[in-house]
Design a protein around this ligand. Structure first.
Ligand code: ATP
Ligand code: MG
Length: 260
């Protein structure tokens, strides 16, 4: 699995400033297209008949592009006319409010603790009328317990009445248990893997963990993929997909079977 990820490869930081990483701020054409591919592919991997899928976005380590993927995925879904809620479920190091230039002091923890409840319309973005964002809010002392709580389940359940899709940005699997804790309340997870950064052993550990916890993995996003050969050379046939690739878990199972 993930043979294209090199062992103990030194992390390469994303170049700062020059690269735009959020769609509504004019992401480049190739990457934009890849998020649309992700949107389409998700429709095939989601179970049929779910009125409002709840999709968690996670990865094995910090800094792989989970929050960027969560923002862009929720945006492309909203841009296709769906009513979408993006929740910052990383109640340890939240980043969605910052990425979106909105105030992050009020959000998920307020809805969970039912403090100062505000109408959902206050979560509407300035970007699209059907795109809503719930920041993490005040950071709680017990994020794993809170995200796996019945309260969280009930909140998500009530939100499914209002929305067509709910995307939840989560912390990394190999560091904290939040992504596993929420699994009973969501339809499935999208796992982000960053090329040239994530060590193969970390990705394997992440998938082992998810398998042990019986979490449904809807697919993987390969973030930061180059089209110049290199670590990605094995997958040259996908050269047109510059920054983002989407793999379903079935793809990976097939590759494993073929490799045997
Ligand atoms: N494909 C990309 N190209 C360039 N920069 C990227 C790309 N994806 C993410 N980044 C940048 O990398 C940094 C980390 O991304 P992001 O916050 O999405 O990661 P994360 O996995 O959510 O991190 P954390 O684990 O800390 O929550 C951000 O500055 C983001 O803008
Ligand atoms: Mg993040």
């Amino acid at each position: 699995m993930f043979g294209f990820l090199k062992k103990n490869r030194k992390p390469t930081p994303f170049s700062s400033g020059a690269v735009k990483t959020v769609l509504h701020k004019d992401l480049d054409f190739t990457s934009t297209e890849q998020y649309k591919v992700l949107r389409t592919n998700l429709r095939f991997t989601l179970p049929e008949g779910v009125k409002c899928p709840i999709i968690g976005v996670t990865s094995s380590m910090r800094g792989e592009g989970k929050s960027t993927t969560a923002v862009n995925l929720s945006y492309v879904l909203a841009a296709s006319g769906k009513k979408v809620l993006l929740i910052d479920g990383d109640m340890r190091i939240p980043s969605i409010a910052k990425k979106m230039d909105i105030n992050g002091d009020y959000g998920l923890t307020n809805y969970l603790m039912k403090t100062e409840l505000r109408p959902l319309d206050t979560l509407k973005t300035d970007v699209l009328d059907n795109w809503y964002i719930m920041p993490a809010g005040e950071l709680p002392p017990n994020p794993s317990e809170l995200i796996g709580s019945r309260r969280m389940g009930a909140l998500l359940e009530s939100m499914t009445e209002e929305f067509d899709y709910i995307i939840v940005d989560l912390p990394p699997v190999n560091i904290v248990s939040d992504a596993m804790a929420i699994s009973g309340h969501i339809t499935g997870l999208v796992v982000v893997v960053r090329e040239g950064y994530t060590e193969k052993s970390e990705v394997e550990r992440c998938f082992r963990q998810l398998k042990l916890s019986n979490v449904k993995v809807l697919g993987c996003v390969l973030n930061g993929a180059k089209n110049d050969g290199g670590a990605y050379g094995k997958y040259k046939k996908y050269k047109y997909y510059k920054y983002y690739r989407y793999y379903t878990s079935e793809d990976e199972d097939k590759k494993e079977t073929e490799a045997k």
